[in-house]
Design a protein around this ligand. Sequence first.
Ligand code: C2E
Ligand code: MG
Ligand code: MG
Length: 555
Amino acid sequence: MSLAECNYGLALENFIMKMVRNTDNDIAVMADAMKNICELLKISRVDIEHYKNISDAEHQNGDITVAYDNGNADLQRNAAFSALIGDGAIAGYRAYQQKGDEDWDEKYTQRAHAFLNTIHVFCDRARLMKVADHLAFHDKELETYNIAHFVKTVNDAISQNSIGKYNACYFNIKDFSDVNNMLGRTKATDIMKKYVSQLSEILTEGEAVCRMGGDNFTVIFFKENLEKIKNYLASADVEYGDEGRVVSIRSSAGFYIIPDDCPDVAQVMDCINAAKNVARSNMNISCVFYNDEVMQRDVERRKYEQLFKSAIKNEEFQVYYQPKVSLKKYKVSGAEALCRWFHDGELIPPIKFIPVFERNKAICTLDFYMLEHVCRDIRKWIDDGREVVKVSVNLSRCNLGEPELVERIIATVDKYNIPHEYIEIELTETTTDVAYSELKKVVFGLQASGISTAVDDFGIGYSSLNLISDLPWNVLKIDKKFLEVNQPSTSHNYLMLKHIISLAQSFGIECVVEGVETVEHVKVLKENNCYMAQGFYFDKPLPRESFEERLMLNV
Ligand code: C2E
Ligand code: MG
Ligand code: MG
């Protein structure tokens, strides 16, 4: 006789069908199905109890306990059941005879067993579905939501016409690789976890922070919470370790103010991604809101990234030389090598491509390409018996992690047999401790080899006075921001300029001021005892041939 041919079989089949359709694991549906089958099977009760409460002593006299409630072997299954009832407790269940019930014969007992086994199967299914659900929508490492949750939340909101209530953001933690290097991966992951959980605490029900992978996250949140989230991402302190040490974490974030008629999640992803990319490519900005210009810049970014390899191969990058002029003799005393990109008859300025290549690290290749071309030019000048001045080459701080960076610079210079005093390396200040110790290594290393070093753009960003007192720099390049046009001689800018120059000189560091555009600027520099200037007042960056002609007039 098949199962379906008897009442019991039918009941079981019904139960199974109900459970199969009960994909939401609705407890009410489950309870209803259980009640139904209990009646047919003449099982008096099926109980869900907390496992810890089930003991032999509690069983009533005459009970036949057929459930798997009598030992830890089934803990796994019972835990599954607790997952199903959702109270977080370990639960078991049992079918047992109540006083006054007819005695169960062998057949009933077997049926009860079969019934309870069936329940087990469904409990396991429910547990697995929960696990699968958890895995599908959560990030295992950080115990936070993942991209699937973000997509689902956005899709649900679009289908419920409520997407306009939300904004979205995509953020990347700045310099997280430094935290990794400094504290090790385990501690760094804990810090990331804490950073994200602190952010989650700001969020309310219906909002979520979701990990995309690595140190990239998205947030879907209600419009009214924009400021709070923006502020948190701009800078937040995270405590770590037993001594309550604090690390300050900043993120680059791209925001999208989602319109009511946003058609799909792809639009949200594209916009936050584009805005985040723009935020990431500017070290001094932490937050960018999506607009058409942002999208345009993101398209450009991808184009530049794709073109890079062939541009290097085809030598599309050219060295321009901007003279540094001595204000004592009005002679060119040095030059800065600046990169220009000629592509398809168009000149792409560094402001457009340098941030892109800093982001994808292609800048390391470009910087060495520049150094190599500068060395090649100097070699030629020496061989042609021309006058040679010291040329400074910009080295992005992205190079700082590279092992044997100093050796590589020296090897490049030596390959062309260039006397070291003709080369200077310009570096900008760093923002993290790890990068600072790398910077220190490089400056000391170059110093020892006789290659000069310059701090570039001093005075913007996070300039610290330690930077100039700790390291043996040869030159301080003071940023052009101190030289505004038409500012009174009593302005704060000039006052700061004066003190920076005098401080640097007292450390024995030479000062070069960038952005000298007017005769008034020249006057200010001289008044402050600074005799090296670089700027449009004297020369723009010049192509090699023009620079060579300029040097020939250098008398
Ligand atoms: P930087 O190293 O501070 O270079 C000085 C920038 O100021 C140059 O911009 C130069 O053209 C500009 N400048 C010079 N005199 C004046 C002036 O009188 N007024 C004004 N307003 N600007 C002046 P450029 O060539 O557009 O380069 C921009 C930045 O791009 C550079 O700033 C540097 O950070 C970066 N860069 C350029 N070439 C390279 C390179 O080969 N490698 C790396 N890593 N960065 C580079
Ligand atoms: Mg420079
Ligand atoms: Mg500069």
